[in-house]
Structures are given as C-alpha cells and as structure tokens.
Design a protein around this ligand. Sequence first.
Ligand code: NAP
Length: 748
Amino acid sequence: MTPVLFEKVAFIGLGLIGSSLARVIHAKKLAKLVVASTRSEKTLEDAKALGLIEAGYTDAIEAVKGADLVVLALPVRATAHILSTIQPYLNANVILTDVGSTKANVVEAAKAVFGEALPEGFVPGHPIAGSENTGVHAGKADLFAHHKVILTPLETSAPWAVAKLTQLWKAADAEVICMDVQKHDEVLAHTSHLPHLMAFNLVEQLASREDNLDIFRYAAGGFRDFSRIAASDPQMWHDIFFSNKKSILDAVDGFDAQLKVIRRIIEQDDSQALMGLLEHAQAARQHFNHMLTKKTVMENVSVTQKFTILPKDHQFKGTFSIPGDKSVSHRSIMFGAIAEGTTRVTGFLEGEDALATLQSFKDMGVKIEGPENGHVTIHGVGMSGLKAPEKALYMGNSGTSMRLLSGMLAAQQFDTVMTGDASLSKRPMERIAKPLRLMGAQIQTTGEKGTPPVSITGKQNLKGIQYDLPMASAQVKSGILLAGLWAEGETSVTEPEPTRDHTERMLRAFGYEVKTEGNRISLVGGGKLVGTNIQVPSDISSAAFFMVGAAICKDSDVTLEAVGINPTRTGVIEILKQMGADITVLNERIAGGEPIADIRIRGTQTLKGIHIPEDQVPLAIDEFPALFVAASCAEGQTVLTGAAELRVKESDRIQVMADGLQAMGIQCEPTPDGIVIEGKGKTGNWDPIFKGAEIQSHHDHRIAMSFSIAGLRASEAITIHGTETVATSFPTFTQLTNEAGFSIQTLD
Ligand code: NAP
C-alpha cells in the first residue's frame, strides 16, 4: 500500500481528469485532506456528495492555502490567470503540477507569473488518458490505469518533486515517463491533436452537406470510429489548438502533403503504389499494436531516448563480453529457417534488427524457440517450406534483413511486401532489385529513389547470373547469392573490393558449396542446407566503440572476449594500429566457421592522424563513426576517402558525424566520399578534446554510441538525442560502459 503522500491536496478544476485523480487519492488514502476550487458551486457540492473532497471553494486562493500539492486540472488557457491569482498564497515547498494537454504554454504562463526562477516544486504533467465526457461525474478511479503519464520536468524542477509526483501517478497505476516540453508538444500534436482536428473537421465537412441527414443515418462503423472524438469538449480543444499552434500547424502540413500523395496515386490509378502505401500503413499499425500489447519478441527490448555524459574523471577498464555479431545473428536465422533439420544458435544478438529477421521467419511459418539468453532453436522447413505471410513483413530499422530477404523472397512461390521504419524507408533498394530482376525476379521498389516498401511477386523461375557488383556491398552480394540458391545454374558475384563474407562462410557451415576465387564468389542453385549449431561471435562493430574508448582514454585497459575477427571485418583494428593505438589480438581460434580472438587495448599513447588506406574502407565501413572520434583525439590530420557508402547508411554518417563533431569544437570538413578531420590531440597530453554539446544522432545507433564514447574526453556535459536505436545492435551498451567506470545516464 502506498503511504500517505500529502497533507493537503488542492485541485483547481475538478472535471473528468481532476476528479479521476481525486478518486485515486481518496481510494488509496494518499492525502490527509483534499479540497478543490471550481467555477461553479454545483461541481463542489457534487464532489462533496461523492466523497471526493472535504471542502470546496469558488475562490482558488482559499483552496491553495497550506496545500503541499496543487493540481491545475482546468482548461489550459485558464492557467495564466489562475497562477497569478494563487501565486502569493502558495506554500514555499508546494508541488505545483497540472494535467493540461499542452505544455509549452503552461510553462510560459508560469514564467509570466513567477519570472525565470520558477518554484522548484513546479513540474508540469499530462496524463495520456481521458474520454469525450466531461465534468466531475465523468471521472473514474481507473481512468489512468495502464496509461502513460508524461511529466515534463524543467531545469528548475527539484528531483524530490518529480519523484513524489511519480509516486502519485504510479499509485494511479499509470506508467510515468519524462520528456522535455517541446518534445511533448510535438509528439502530442501528431498523436492526439491532429486526429482530433481531423475528426472535428470531417464531421464538419459532412454536416455542412445538404444530404447530411442521410450521411449520418447510414454512417457505417468507419465513420463512427473515426468521428467519436469529435464529440469532445469544444472549449478544451479550442484551447489546445491555439496553445500548441506551431506544432499543430506542422502536423497539419504533414497531413496535407500525405493527402496529396494518396490523392495523386488514386488519380493516376497507380495500383502498385496504392498497395505499397496501404500495406506499409497496415504493417506499421500492426507493429504498434504488437508494441502496445507486448506480444512479439521485439518488444522485450527496453528503449531509451537520450544519453547524458557529465564531465568527470572517467575510467575505462575491465574484461567484457560484447553482444553477438549482428550480421552472423541475421544469417543464422535465415539459413536455419531454410535448412533441413534443427539449428541451434548461441550468442544470438537480441537486438531489434536481428529480432526483425526472426519475426519475419515466424511470420512465414517457421517454428523458432527463443531467444533466451542468446539461445535460439530454429526448426528448419527446407528450401521449399516457407509459407506466405499473412501481412507485409516489417523489417524495422534493418537494411540487412530487407536486402538479404529480397533475394530469398524473389525465389519463393508466394508474393510478399517488405516495409520498414522511417529511416529504412529512405534507404536505396534498387541496388539489390536490379540484379534480382536480371535473374528473372519481379520486384518493385517505391518512388523515384527506389526505396521501401519492396513488393515481390513470387512464382518466377530465377536463372543464375554473373554479376559485377558496382559498389562494395556485402548485403547486395548476399542478396544475389541467396536468390542463387533457388536459381537455375551458377550465380556469381564479382566485387570491386572484398566485403564481409559471413554469407559464404555460413552457407558452407550449413553444408552448401560456395566457391571464392579472388573477388569472384559463386554457387550453383538447387542444393540444400542442413541444420547445424552456430556460435555467434561477439560483434567487432560493437567492440569498436570499446576499442576507440580505450584508445582515447588515459590509463584505460580493456579486454574484449571472443570477438569475431573475420578478415573482412578487421579494418578497425588495422586502422587503429596505424594510428598508433596500443592494441593486441590474443588467443586466435575458430568458432562456427568464423575466426575469433580476444582483443586487448590500452590507453598508453596519443593517437596520430593518418590518411586511411582505401583498401581498408570496406573492411571498417560500420566503424567509421567511432573512428572519427578517434581521429578527433589524434595529433594531426586524418583523411578518409572512398567511403561514399557512408552517406546511405542508417543516416548520412559523414554529414551527421561532421555536424556533431563541429558542435563539439572539432574542425572537420565533409567531402562527397569522406571527411577531413583536424585532430586536437597532443603527444602525451590527455586533456579534454571535446566541448559540451547537444547532439542529434538521427536515430542512428552507431552515431549515438560514437558520440557517447567521445564523452570520455569531454570538458562539459554531452547530451545525445535519439538513442533508442542503440538497442538495435548493442542492447547492453550503457550497462557495459558503466561497468567499465564510464557513466552514461539514460533518460526516457
Ligand atoms: P472538464 O471535465 O471540463 O473539467 C474542467 C474543470 O475546470 C471543471 O471543474 C471546471 O469548473 C473548471 N474550469 C473550467 N474553466 C475554468 C476557469 N476558467 N477557471 C477555473 N476553473 C475552470 O475538463 P477535463 O477533461 O478534466 O480537462 C481538464 C484538463 O485536463 C484540460 O487542461 C485538458 O487539456 C486536460 N486533459 C484532458 C483530457 C481529456 O480527455 N478530457 C485528457 C488529458 C488531459 P466547473 O466544474 O465549475 O465547470
């Protein structure tokens, strides 16, 4: 049972929301005394009759005297007037909160009354629960149960006040999350304010027609569902639309642009595009449903939105087991699924990308147990056992899943559509679609840039091709080879530079013959894969953050165990060695067809800037964001060329890194295919290199982790936004950095 939290609670406004919270306080005995002030005496009398309050006042001043919690639960536009009225009568240590649907204007109103030095007990809030009913009788004690309550603490808000309010809302069985004010208003503009605006507007549009009676009389479920919220209180929504004007207008513009897209598609009878759009929306909606009901495995990953690193004497020491390799994890599921017999995987990376692959194969009828502590068991269905998924396959953020699966799905007997999140939806897919079409596949990408959704028409007889890869891309190579498993004759890919060969190695581990002759890789279609056991090595791309961290931190000493050192991936070790890092590769051995080793790296000397050899670029392609941080700490200039590929990763990694580094005081110049970084390091000097900054990671996990590592050499606080995607590849990142003595604070 929750203890008594407050001596006296005063509600200003006691309608749906206020009275629901009062019901919780009353039922759980959270306060010794509850009072309220409303406009009408009737509300106060009713509230007393309902047993919600001990006393009621039409004068708010009387209500707040002596209160240790004041809750503003009235229309947001009334906030300024009420605050100026009650301000002189508030207790010094009062917690002052509100439940308003917009936040920036509430903060503005408070500043107008209190000045910039807001009371430390002032913590704005917003329960994401409600209904179209209003008034004291509409309230319910369980209104907030299993709903979110957003608190938007300010810089002036005291942690004790936030903690106590959190306790209060938790007692209402709500889930409390913290967000900044601006973010709150932007998010709510899209998720709540825009839908309400559309509902009001649609009803208005139909009500203004002459045949409106018929329309309403024969209205089917769709109209009823969509228009339900147009029955909400006009005064409240009038206030909200004006209070959050800027964000709402942005959301309306976005809606307007999207409306034009679908209008054009219908006008032009573009069936392919319409199916693509509808299926993408349906898959996204189902994904959100899954997320909300926590039904699929993808939802077990806890997400954070923001990292903060404070300047301290951080340490970076210890022996660590980095999570499993993402590339190998993906392939273990894909190949296990189409193999005959059972495949047992250990060390599987339980990150969102690999889980997206796992979910896709479940959607295609493959029985998969786990993951549980990195263990997955896949009951393979053989080369012709995959079944048509009921809906579009959702690949989340994972380019690997989409490109490799394009090859596999092009050869199936059924049609499929693959969709992804906003970031994946911007990534180029024609590079895999083109060679697959040469093999006879029917595959369609979307829009001028050839991006997802990708639609594939099955039942095509594929033929082997000899393909010269125009770019060094392991994903494209793998997609073609995987289609080749079902194609007639030989399929070969010749690559301009060697890229990761996990596909080749693992196909061999599953008993499929793959030839590698120089840069030419080939296989003959029509064979079969046999289930096997796969130990996924630790991911060298994730290990790279720890390597760079150790290389730039004085007296660091880090050992990373059982890291995959596939020669197509070790560019980061070679480049760091050339920069003068103290790095040793120990206990080299083989596991599941892949070479692994322990890697020890120490912070004993200042790195040196280098011109990165172009032949190392494909071997370190994912590690460059981290290497740019190393280059910033090096003495002298580092030049990267031949890495245009970096611009089409989860984000434009050249531009996004340049923007962040410049914000942190590093001189650097992005070029079309690389970057020039002026390192600020000086031999033997371990002073901070970076100044404080707010960094946008653009929801790119590797960008987020790279800037986190820079925090080891920062003179001021660094905050990195959009860090939730770190879970896609390195779910234990902050846990392990904290264990190493480098503390990263996470905030939802
Ligand atoms: P409600 O049921 O209409 O209750 C509003 C209360 O505020 C009433 O007690 C009313 O007094 C009082 N009030 C109205 N104007 C006032 C003024 N100018 N000065 C003093 N008191 C005034 O509204 P609600 O749904 O509880 O909404 C309250 C707040 O919660 C709003 O800021 C809204 O944005 C927010 N919110 C609402 C929902 C929702 O779904 N409804 C969800 C989340 C947040 P009388 O009783 O005397 O009329």
